[in-house]
Design a protein around this ligand. Sequence first.
Ligand SMILES: [Zn+2]
Length: 329
Amino acid sequence: MVESSTLNAMASINFQNDWIVDSGCGHHLTGDESKFSKLQPHIGNEAMVTADNTVHKVENEGTVVINDGGNDSITLNNVFHVPGMKKNLFSVPNAVDAGSSVLFGPHDVKFLLNIKFIKADVMHTGRRVKDTFVLSTSSSYIDKVSCNENASLWHARLGHVNFDKLKVMVRKNLVKGLPSLTTFPSKEVCEGCQFGKSHRLPFGISQSRSKAPLECIHGDLFGPTRTPSFSGLRYMLILVDDFSRFTWVYCIKQKSDAFSKFQEFKEIVEGVLGLKIKRLRTDNGGEFISDEFFFFLSSVWDKKRVVLCRNPPAKWHRRKEDQTSHGDM
Ligand SMILES: [Zn+2]
């Protein structure tokens, strides 16, 4: 409904001849040179930037007389001629600077001179900031919601500022709109602050490094991914050789497939390199500590060769090169 009425209104505006009354425009503007009764080159470097970021330079300036066809006419001085402008803009700030008042009503807009008396109830008064008229909301909004405000709320609003600093802000009235808070929590623990400030210690630099391939294999399982592959695979088994950092990535359907893939991997790499995997290092993920996996490992290895660590070192994820991938993702 709104859209169609807006479209109808747009359709009835003649952009060639009509002037759009714009309260936010700092100058009368037109791209049509023929509208001027007087015209002279503009001195200065002003330019207009339109909504599509095109820059149009002000070339000339002069006088335009707007006539509605009857006896009423209005003379606009210092109108900018901006070649390329598709619309004619009438600047309300320019009009009031020239001494007229502009009255917008539900169906029209009137330009008034020599106002002697207006009888009306003033609902609200905005103010002019340079070439823009604004209604300030700072007082009304704050008044409406301030009854629910407390120090914790303002602590959060101001980026979880320290409560001592907040007290100083209130005492010295440093922040516009900040109410005169009187009570401050003494030992309140802010949940947001706890989350925001918590962090884990960095991993130390590893001192141990394998001296030959397959001396130590790091293993981890990633998944399930939100979107499965075309063939329904949602997990990745990642195995990294500690010596060469060579990485194998197996795409698998479910966690339990990790065991058979590891068997496959072990058979291939040991066969190709003619060496035995001496150690498997992994986190406590269920995929690696299943009974089946352990039974397999203990049957071929001594259990000490399986190292379960709580957190995989960050260095596993550092090298992306030298990777090879197996599977049909
Ligand atoms: Zn906080």
